[in-house]
Design a protein around this ligand. Structure first.
Ligand code: ADQ
Length: 464
């Protein structure tokens, strides 16, 4: 069987504790799952003189190859261009972009170094699957080094509309670089369409009769592959977690109060300040919930070295403190704000106990927390998902209470509705969402993507 080679910024080497709270790591582990393969990316280490020779490791059928970064590469490629330019740009936050030419140069140089190291590891029958915005130019560089294997790209975050993308200096090259992949996959049709528009409207390519984007020798198929979760596993964790020690401690501490839960990496795309404002608005408008409801927001620190993330952390600490100061009683604190990761099976138990799951990103590729919250519910007594219509997950989970995350009063109204919703309506909404989750599990996601990638190389497809 052909070997699968996965490329992503971070590689979840067994025992690496730094990778606990991230959607991509969770999604990829399953893709490589039983058949194994090679996982290539950054080791997570910053060293004075990084070697161009990858460090190899293996675990059963899984092989790992990682490269270290220099401090300058980490600053320009990772913290700079990837996370202070592409991340805000792709999440429609033009005001947060901090573009520097030196960072773009560093991004291209790291991609080139990765391409050279990876080209040395590739076997003729390998299939290569590249993940996310850190590696947009990788296929173009691999092709220049003579790699002819099928190469697919999946974007876990949104793809911006052309009007937004064009704020990036050199955006044309970036969009064109994606055409060097055989398959470019997106979370939603909105993202796929935005990419197609960028390529066509800015003159980098055109559509052929098979719907592929064509530019010179390049022919890229596009597709929509919403990332899913392992629903049964998560449901089993939640059931078990219901009686786990941490869940018991949590429920005992609530002394009968209803729980509202939010779980996110500390990231400005997740809309956490507006969410806290929404909870404040709930307490001020529906005073009957005071002392009756507790909001638990679990937010592990992420990208702590990037300036915008540092200031967000300060903002949230101040906001949670202010709201608690305003409403807390000697025996009740409205908001419990945690900065540490919680093991996913424990989170599952917490979700199951929460009457409302609050998932209100200002923009999100998919948002796996929304899906996990649904999977974790007790079918007889399910909680209510309040979901931003700007998360990719809203394209599938339309039986949630959909909200606009920029409207704290509207979100407060939805939380109130969730807190008082009759059991029948909760069950009905939950059943509809649970059915949808069953259609796009994590396994389906990788299978569908890899089948579509293989398809791009069949003679029927290759013939224009
Ligand atoms: P993320 O932005 O990291 O992922 P998300 O999809 O919500 O966001 O996934 C987060 C994952 O980390 C979930 O599995 C969650 O359980 C876990 N997690 C979050 N907070 C945690 C905590 N406090 N403790 C432990 N685990 C925690 C990116 C994109 C998303 C896309 C995914 C997958 O930004 O839009 O859904 O990739 O494609």
């Amino acid at each position: 069987m052909a070997r699968l080679v996965i490329v992503s910024n971070r590689v979840a080497i067994p025992g690496d504790r730094a990778l606990k709270a991230g959607g991509l790591a969770v999604a990829l582990k399953e893709a490589l799952g039983p058949s194994g393969g090679l996982w290539f990316g950054w080791s997570g280490d910053i060293v004075a003189k990084p070697s161009d020779e990858p460090t190899r490791a293996s675990d059963g059928r899984m092989e790992y190859a990682t490269l270290d970064l220099s401090a300058e590469e980490h600053e320009t490629y990772y913290a700079g261009f990837s996370n202070a330019t592409l991340w805000p740009l792709f999440h429609y936050r033009l005001g947060l972009i901090d573009f520097r030419r030196a960072q773009l140069k560093g991004y291209l140089a790291v991609n080139a170094r990765y391409a050279r190291a990876l080209a040395g590891l590739i076997r003729p029958d390998d299939t290569i699957w590249v993940h996310d915005y850190h590696f947009i130019p990788l296929a173009e560089m691999l092709r220049r080094l003579g790699v002819r294997n099928p190469i697919g790209f999946f974007l876990h975050i949104p793809f911006p509309a052309p009007e937004v993308l064009s704020a990036l200096p050199g955006y044309e090259q970036l969009a064109h670089a994606l055409l060097a992949y055989d398959l470019v996959g997106f979370q939603t049709e909105i993202d796929r369409h935005a990419f197609e528009r960028c390529v066509i409207e800015h003159g980098q390519g055109s559509l052929d009769a098979r719907g592929r984007l064509v530019s010179g020798e390049r022919r890229a198929t596009t597709g929509v592959f919403p990332v899913g979760i392992d629903v049964d596993e998560f449901a089993a964790w939640a059931k078990k977690g219901e009686t786990a020690r941490e869940t018991r401690q949590l429920t005992e501490s609530l002394t009968g109060r209803k729980l509202v839960i939010g779980v996110d990496r500390l990231d400005y795309s997740k809309g956490i300040p507006k969410r806290l404002e929404a909870f404040e608005s709930l307490l001020s408008t529906w005073s009957e919930h005071r002392r009756k409801v507790t909001f638990l927001q679990v937010t592990p620190i992420s990208r702590g070295e990037v300036a915008q993330y540092k200031s967000l952390r300060k903002e949230l600490e101040a906001l949670a403190g202010r709201i608690n100061g305003k409403y807390a009683e000697f025996d009740w604190n409205p908001i419990r704000y945690l900065n540490k990761p919680v093991a996913r099976p424990t989170l599952a138990g917490f979700y199951r106990h929460a009457r409302v799951g609050l998932v209100t990103p200002l923009r999100d590729g998919m948002n796996l927390v929304a899906k996990e919250y649904v999977a974790a519910q007790d079918p007889e007594n399910p909680g209510v998902l309040v979901l931003s219509h700007l998360a990719g997950a809203a394209q599938e989970l339309d039986a949630a209470l959909l909200v606009n995350p920029f409207d704290p009063e509207g979100v407060a109204e939805a939380i109130h509705k969730g807190l008082v919703m009759p059991t029948d309506e909760r069950r009905d909404r939950w059943r509809r969402m649970r059915t949808v989750l069953g259609h796009t599990t994590q396994r389906d996601w990788s299978r569908r993507f890899l089948a579509a990638l293989a398809d791009t190389r069949t003679p029927a497809h290759a013939a224009a």
